[in-house]
Design a protein. Structure first.
Lengths: 267, 339
């Protein structure tokens, strides 16, 4: 079986990022927290590929060390919504009735609020920090997964193969987990990969606002925020962490596209 | 005649339809689709019963009630003397094993994510048809039974043609060793050349396995080819039920006559054109107009607006399905009436 090109490219980027996340010390040329007053705000060059910040900290090292926390955000900020939303969508889609109506209204209600505003509001109540951000994203983000899953379950549950399985006397859990779920999960998984990219942007946004990762932990959003005061004199301070976000988003998106191709049963 | 294996009495199934909020506010009642209406029939062990009728006459709903995909609103279904509708839990699963269904759409009726082996093995495992160790061998047997190559087991449904998929659907139904197969338009989605193969497969299996067959179709040629008896349905009711060859040779109900007349190659025109109803001879026994929807069934005999021989009584009074001096039951006031 030939792997689709986007999948190879996407996985290549993700493997690179994973290496940075697992072995930042081995890859980064400098200590990300070490000040160097002889090279403050140094432009990108041979000594510092990405330049340095106002304390002379090497930006390449800081960007590499930030990978771990940002990939962690991509994972933890999506796994909660995926599990909660997927399970709710599967249950209400399959059983229907009053619960389906209520959950449907709840989904509509949550979606009328801007996602970012709602997350920021919840984090502001719970207090800044990544753990609280994960909680806030789970509280709001599950609706997107639930809506996707529910819609797909509604399509699949009227298919004849489900009627055939019911006529064979299969149990409800078997019908849901063995027959409905594998056929309904594809759009959800594809959205998951896109959502991971969005989660990193969200983590960076909250970091930028001071609600996410707390300094001095290097995090891409925080790095961009740090650079904003020096943007006219040292644009590299914001540029390179921004490119890291773009690259990560690209990696997830390509992987998602590739997975979509791969999961097409017609292949 | 051997005692009935499956007995249906006064079976009815209604589906409430949606009404607009405006209609609801004006107090209009919710429209109801009367899909199956007071249907009674019985099938003997080893028999092949055909159920024919136009699209929308309730054939499929009846079939789905019989395998308990729908719960009927009233009436009884008895399998081997036991009340099917009262079954629950293990007894219901045991019934599921006895009565299996083959679906119309060979593309939609197979789980696209399961290999053929997985789909067949699942049925074998859930119902403990054979010991787990014997499952691969049994899967191979099932595939051989429906004339598919053994390597079909490793593939998924998308790798097969419509006719092959229908064979897989049949193999899945046969996996649990049922006594009755309810086949709902099993070949109408297939090419004509493939139809014959599948129909012959049904005949072969019926003979080899002693299956009882409920063959639901709108294609009269197939009914004649496959079945011993045939029931003709119109708007949810059986209007005529009798032995296939005799009924095809001399249909008693004007609707049956019209159906047969609409299939020109099936019977000589001389058999169809002279209406046998009430001695009145008509040139054409063809129906007029379109099939009314099941939500607005005409009063009296449901067929009267399209019937070429309808009289005033047909508009008022519902004819019951009884022998009226005819060799088999007919639901027509004018059938067998010498006047």
């Amino acid at each position: 079986m030939r792997l689709p090109f986007p999948l190879i490219a996407g996985l290549g980027i993700l493997v690179l990022l994973l290496l940075c996340a697992l072995l930042p010390g081995a890859i980064a040329p400098y200590d990300p927290l070490a000040f160097d007053y002889t090279a403050m705000l140094a432009a990108p060059g041979r000594a510092h590929l990405f330049g340095t910040d106002q304390f002379g900290r090497d930006l390449l090292s800081r960007t590499i060390h930030a990978t771990r926390i940002d990939l962690q955000i991509a994972l933890f900020a999506t796994i909660g919504p995926l599990l909660i939303g997927g399970a709710i969508g599967l249950l209400v889609g399959w059983f229907g009735g009053l619960a389906d109506t209520l959950v449907g209204r709840l989904i509509d209600l949550v979606q009328t609020f801007p996602f970012l505003v709602l997350v920021i509001a919840i984090v502001a109540v719970l207090g800044p920090g990544l753990e609280n951000m994960y909680v806030a994203v789970a509280i709001v983000g599950w609706v997107f997964y639930a809506r996707l899953m529910r819609g797909e379950v509604l399509v699949q549950k009227h298919a004849d193969y489900i009627a055939a399985a019911r006529a064979l006397g299969y149990s409800q859990p078997r019908l849901m987990l063995r027959h409905i779920l594998p056929n309904a999960i594809r759009p959800v998984l594809i959205y998951l990969v896109t959502d991971m990219a969005l989660a990193i942007l969200l983590g960076s946004s909250l970091g930028y606002l001071g609600l996410g990762a707390q300094p001095p932990t290097p995090e891409w959003g925080v790095l961009i925020a740090d650079g904003k005061n020096f943007f006219t004199t040292a644009p590299w301070m914001s540029l390179f962490p921004g490119l890291a976000i773009v690259l990560t988003g690209l990696g997830f998106s390509l992987t998602g596209d590739g997975l979509a191709d791969l999961m097409d049963v017609r292949r | 005649m051997t005692p009935a294996l499956l007995e249906v009495e006064h079976l009815s199934k209604r589906f409430p339809l949606r009404r607009t909020a405006f209609d609801a506010l004006r107090g209009h009642p919710r429209p109801i689709l009367q899909a199956v209406n007071d249907v009674s029939l019985s099938v003997a062990r080893g028999e092949a019963l055909g159920i024919v009728g136009e699209s929308g006459c309730g054939k499929s709903t009846l079939a789905r009630c019989l395998v308990r995909l729908h719960d009927p609103d009233s009436g009884t279904i008895r399998y081997d003397g036991a009340d099917v509708l009262a079954l629950a839990g293990a007894a219901r699963r045991a019934f599921n094993r006895r009565v299996q269904m083959v679906f119309q759409d060979p593309y939609g009726s197979l789980n696209p994510r399961m290999t053929i082996h997985d789909a067949l093995a699942e049925a074998l495992r859930v119902h403990a048809v054979v010991p787990p160790a014997a499952i691969p061998a049994r899967v191979a047997e099932l595939l051989a039974l429906v004339h598919l190559p053994p390597d079909a087991a490793t593939r998924r449904p998308h790798a097969f043609s419509g006719g092959q998929r229908q064979r897989i659907g049949i193999a899945r139904a046969l996996a649990v060793e049922p006594a009755i197969i309810v086949a709902d338009e099993p070949v109408s989605a297939l090419d004509v050349s493939v139809q014959a193969q599948i129909v012959n497969l049904f005949l072969e299996l019926q003979e080899r396995l002693g299956l009882t067959l409920l063959f639901i179709t709108h294609d009269l040629r197939l009914v004649r080819h496959v079945t011993h008896r045939v029931a003709v349905m119109y708007l949810g009711r059986i209007v005529e039920i009798g032995p296939t060859p005799a009924l095809f040779a001399a249909p008693r109900h004007p609707y049956t006559q019209a159906l047969l007349a609409a299939a020109p190659r099936l019977v000589a025109p001389s058999l169809v054109a002279p209406s046998l109803v009430g001695g009145r001879r008509r040139r054409e026994a063809a129906t007029r107009g379109e099939l009314p929807g099941g939500a607005a069934i005409p009063a009296g005999c449901a067929f009267h607006p399209r019937c070429p021989v309808a009289v005033e009584r047909c508009r008022r009074e519902l004819p019951s399905l009884t022998p009226r001096g005819t060799p088999w039951p007919v639901a027509c006031h004018l059938a067998g009436d010498p006047a």
